[in-house]
Design a binder for this molecule. Structure first.
Ligand code: SAM
Length: 323
């Protein structure tokens, strides 16, 4: 980083820290919101916060953070961190295991969207009964794919493979998007509707979703900074339902949170998890769904919630959230 960029970075981070502190006080929160809702105030906040302000689109956030990104998702330290974080299951993984445990023996193909170097595979195989002929495909950025391939060869793991072709996602039993949806400029239902087939099960985990208007921010993990899009939960669920999916489980990922420096009312105290099953075989793109063992949930559209009353933990985050 050039010294000018470094200095600006220090200024941005210090300002974000001061605003974070202010937002812990009710008057401070009120003040930030009041200042931010005037045109003049919001432009001052925007200029002092730089890449740490909120944006309307992922593209705007990506452009703002570019000089400060430190390699972003493809920084090798990031892959090492994810492997380490996934040595053991995290709280939100246990909710996922609840839905996966009975289905896993019947699942032959998994598509792991934003699966990094395969860290979720290495973690889940210690907790779930994976089929011996399971094919687990990770979709990630080229550098992570190649690191993952090397790691899989070193560990002599034959059923883990890597791709940069999203079209492979259709012909799978289980689509996993853990900690990744928010890095894509299209919501997942829009990405899926272009496929020839739709996955039967979808596991979404560790994803920041809002009930308010959609916005983008930069997650600051110190070693990297990455732009994230915070999608609207109800809209995403409605779009999944239009594709023939039912949400059969919802939970919170209390290990992750997302502060929004210039709009504390939009802070997320926890990330989200969703379990979806394709129940409407007549919806677009569903004709060639696989005939897996039927589940006791088929056709049921009520949602079970987990951890709704859990304390909103301020724990280390997968990308330690905006410090
Ligand atoms: C926070 S990590 C999630 C890792 C893992 N799935 C987990 O739950 O621990 C997000 C992953 O999304 C990947 N990613 C981000 N943008 C991407 C893109 N445009 N195409 C493919 N992968 C992307 C990153 O490289 C990174 O591996």
């Amino acid at each position: 980083m050039q010294s000018g960029v470094k200095l600006r970075d220090i200024q941005i981070r210090s300002t974000a820290r001061i605003l974070r502190f202010m937002s812990t006080l009710s008057y401070g929160r009120w003040l930030i919101e009041r200042v931010g809702c005037t045109r003049f105030g919001s432009s001052i906040l925007g200029s002092v916060l730089g890449y740490r302000r909120s944006f309307q689109t992922l593209d705007e956030a990506e452009r703002a953070v570019k000089p400060y990104a430190k390699g972003g998702h493809e920084n090798p330290a990031n892959a090492a961190l994810h492997l380490q974080l996934n040595c053991a299951a995290r709280p939100s993984d246990y909710a996922a295991f609840y839905y996966l445990r009975d289905r896993m023996p019947f699942i032959r193909k998994v598509f792991d969207f934003g699966g990094n170097v395969g860290n979720l595979y290495y973690c889940y195989k210690n907790y779930l009964p994976l089929a011996s002929d399971l094919k687990w495909t990770v979709y990630d950025l080229p550098e992570n794919n190649s690191r993952g391939q090397t790691l899989a060869s070193e560990r002599k793991v034959a059923n883990l493979q890597f791709t940069d072709n999203i079209r492979e996602a259709g012909a799978v039993d289980l689509f996993i998007a853990s900690g990744s949806l928010h890095y894509f400029d299209k919501p997942l239902p829009n990405l899926l509707e272009g496929l020839d087939q739709l996955p039967r099960y979808i596991l979404i985990n560790r994803t920041p979703l809002t009930e308010g208007r959609e916005f983008a921010v930069v997650q600051d993990a110190r070693h990297i900074r990455v732009a994230s899009m915070i999608y609207n939960r109800s809209r995403m669920i409605a779009d999944f339902e239009r594709l023939g999916y039912a949400v059969l489980g919802e939970w919170q990922a209390p290990e992750l949170r997302l502060p929004v420096a210039d709009r504390p009312s939009a802070d997320l105290c926890a990330f989200s998890g969703l379990w979806l099953e394709h129940v409407n075989r007549h919806a677009a793109g569903s004709e060639s769904l696989h005939n897996l063992a039927p589940t006791s949930f088929d056709g049921v559209t009520t949602r079970s919630r987990h951890f709704d009353d859990a304390p909103k933990a301020d724990l280390a985050t997968q990308i330690p959230s905006n410090a």
